[in-house]
Design a protein around this ligand. Structure first.
Ligand code: DLL
Length: 435
């Protein structure tokens, strides 16, 4: 029978049935972890909680948290819950300092993960008639392999381009009439710019939808990508520690991402106290893998700041929704004592008519923070008249001051002088040594 990746019985399940399903899975999962992961067993013993104390999802709060520091301590095999001979794959996170995070998968874990990505592709209207261009990186990064697997499951013709080589991306996209594009939002914006320069208009670009994630992006950026490429742009979220992309995905309503909560239970906590917060309150997102076998993290602290909502969704799905992450508890910059999120800068730029091509440089000179924002002028606004540039810089700095509460030094630079990214954009250069 043909698989239908709108998994109606799960995705539209009643709240009570979902809670029942999650509870059954959690009870089993806690036993599995306690018996097979000495590292987590120690944490549970220290907290004085045993598998018998976990009878339903309502008992989840009794379990200890895991964080990136635990992953580093237990590196590489300390959190593995299955014998190595049952594992078929690893994936790893890109570029954090110190030890990398290595996640393990059994074949069943890969199937589960690819199912989640297939649900995401289906939610943007994808079917076996689509041509799906996967321009996330392949390899250790989860973006390429995850969406590639999801695209196969849906039955799309999959173009495994990986990231980079923009000329080749555009050639395949236009020659083979790709209809769905999967990549980071910053790379989607860059592809859009390149297509425009080559004379393509939104009407002549074959794409109809994009599945963009792996980094923060704003509503303004969504609108700008949608206009340039002539598509609907959907968000997708995930992290290596839980599987990769597809932990949550956007539907036709485009107002947040449905969490695949039959596999990943989401909580929002107060990052300072660990207290679980009620629906609708902003805090740190925490995930529990309910049925992963090899690397089943319980109460993993993502550091992403987020809000959950159970408001009725017009798409019919009942899966809880998470907002776009609003920053991270650990990428938040504190400049001259003020909290600054790069996404706030992006919002100002797009509102003021700039493209989201910018870089924040923070330094400390004589015990004072310096805060510089380099911003590309668009070709339309480009000028070499110093007086004009100075007044544009002043206006932009004023708009940023209004948003942030502190004054940056804005430096306008000619178009195309800030390095473009084929993966995650490097938005912040923090030269301060604060630790
Ligand atoms: O970025 C997995 C992924 C690949 C997601 C492709 C979506 C698409 P990591 O490299 O482990 O995994 O990074 C995970 O990236 O904790 C968030 O801070 C951030 N992130 C992921 N998706 C989004 C998104 C992949 N849609 C970390 N919006 C997460 C904002 C995101 N931030």
């Amino acid at each position: 029978m043909e698989q239908n990746y709108f998994q109606k019985e799960i995705e539209t399940m009643s709240r009570e049935d979902m809670k029942q399903l999650q509870s059954e899975k959690l009870v089993k999962q806690v036993k599995h972890v306690y018996e097979n992961v000495p590292y987590y067993r120690d944490l549970m013993d220290k907290k004085g909680v045993s598998p018998d104390d976990i009878q339903s999802i309502d008992d989840l709060h009794k379990l200890p948290f895991l964080s990136k520091a635990d992953l580093r301590d237990a590196y590489p095999y300390g959190l593995l819950a299955k014998p190595l001979e049952d594992c078929v794959r690893i994936q790893s996170t890109s570029g954090t300092t110190g030890r990398r995070v290595v996640a393990f998968y059994t074949q069943k874990d890969i199937d589960l993960w690819e199912d989640c990505c297939a649900r995401a592709i289906t939610a943007v209207g994808g079917t076996k008639k689509d041509v799906c261009q996967v321009a996330y990186g392949y390899g250790l990064f989860t973006g390429g392999p995850g969406l590639n697997g999801g695209s196969h499951k849906v039955g799309c013709l999959t173009l495994p381009l990986s990231s980079g080589n923009t000329e080749r991306q555009i050639q395949f996209m236009t020659d083979l009439s790709a209809t769905i594009l999967c990549c980071t939002p910053s790379y989607a914006a860059y592809l859009g710019e390149s297509l425009k320069e080559m004379g393509y208009t939104p009407e002549t670009i074959p794409l109809k939808a994009g599945i963009f994630g792996a980094e923060p992006w704003t509503e303004e950026m969504r609108k700008s990508i949608e206009a340039t490429l002539g598509i609907k742009a959907y968000d997708i979220y995930g992290l290596t520690e839980t599987t990769g992309p597809g932990v949550s995905f956007e539907c036709s309503e485009q107002t947040g991402m449905h969490v695949n909560e039959d596999h990943f239970y989401a909580e929002i906590i107060n990052p300072d106290t660990g207290e679980v917060l009620p629906e609708g309150e902003k805090g740190e997102l925490v995930f529990t893998s309910l049925d992963k076998e090899a690397f089943p993290l319980l109460r993993y602290r993502t550091r992403d700041i987020c809000v959950l909502s159970r408001k009725k969704c017009s798409c019919g799905r009942t899966l809880v929704k998470m907002a776009k992450p609003m920053g991270r508890t650990d990428d938040m910059l504190i400049i001259r004592g003020v909290n600054v999120f790069p996404s706030q800068i992006e919002t100002v730029l797009l509102k003021e008519g700039y493209e989201p091509n910018y870089q924040i440089v923070v330094d400390r000179v004589k015990n004072n923070d310096t805060f510089d924002v380099n911003v590309e002028m668009t070709p339309e606004m480009f000028t070499d008249k110093v007086s004009e540039i100075i007044s544009m810089e002043k206006a932009l700095a004023g708009a940023m001051k209004t948003m942030l509460g502190i004054n940056p030094s804005v430096h306008l630079v000619p178009p195309k002088t800030i390095a473009r990214s084929e993966g995650k954009a490097v938005r912040v250069v923090d030269k301060r040594k604060l630790i």
